[in-house]
Design a protein around this ligand. Structure first.
Ligand SMILES: *Cc1c(COP(=O)(O)O)cnc(C)c1O
Length: 227
């Protein structure tokens, strides 16, 4: 399959998932995860109409950002960011998906030249291998970000366990949605928290069924493009 065929397949899957869930297609933003992929493939996704791209290393972000058009792309940073690397990326991105600790929040607040839209990462299922706050830590943490003018908590992000069953995936995404709604109901000026970043290539239809507003899709775009 070519990238273009993969795009069509992803788009029809997103549409079908929205239809089944009674949601509008515009409610879901597909973020193309382009980490480790060559610039040419990202350019092809751009030509095919994608405008949201995610990287997980400063080098990859900078390389692609300097090559692709500057005006109309939203760059997302996913994955762990070491505190000392914050200054390299924070003023280059529209969304940061991995806010999970106070030291990182402080550094972002200090280095950002304007407010950054952040997702607080929650480890819903409590897997020890994953980053993210536990569900019980999430709300106190978000409240404690009030004094940071350069951090806006736009939503919550999670990564589902890799080997989860569909039932477990549903539960995980539902639980994130519940916490997101709890935060939104607090009406915090610094944390509107209207969004959920959940779902990857293996599970984005389930995430959409459970209310995802941003899905982070990587390998599904690039499957079998070498052939
Ligand atoms: C790599 C990655 C993705 C995309 O995963 P695929 O399985 O390739 O779709 C999504 N989110 C995060 C945080 C990632 O690191």
């Amino acid at each position: 399959m070519t990238i273009e065929q993969n795009c069509r397949k992803i788009e029809s899957t997103v549409e079908a998932a929205c239809l089944t869930a009674g949601r509008k297609r515009e409610e879901v933003t597909v973020v193309a995860v382009t980490k480790t992929k060559p610039v040419e493939q990202v350019e092809e996704l751009y030509r095919l109409g994608y405008r949201h791209f995610a990287e997980n290393r400063p080098e990859g972000l900078i390389e692609k950002q300097t090559t692709l058009p500057q005006e109309d792309i939203y760059w997302h940073y996913i994955g762990t960011l070491q505190t000392r690397k914050v200054k390299q990326v924070i003023n280059r991105i529209a969304y940061f998906h991995a806010l999970d600790r106070m030291s990182l929040a402080k550094e972002i607040n200090e280095r950002a030249e304007k407010p950054v839209s952040c997702f607080v990462q929650v480890n819903v299922t409590g897997e020890s291998s994953k980053h993210g706050l536990s569900p019980s830590e999430a709300i106190p943490f978000i409240k404690s970000l009030e004094g940071f003018p350069n951090i806006t908590v736009v939503g919550l992000m999670t990564m589902a366990p890799i080997d989860a069953t569909d039932v477990e995936l549903c539960r995980c995404f539902k639980d994130l949605k519940i916490i997101q709604e709890q935060v939104a109901a607090l009406n915090l000026a610094h944390a509107p928290c209207t969004e959920t970043s959940m779902g990857m290539s293996q599970d984005y239809p389930i995430a959409i069924a459970e209310g995802a507003t941003f899905v982070r899709v990587g390998s599904a775009f690039f499957a079998e493009t070498e052939a």
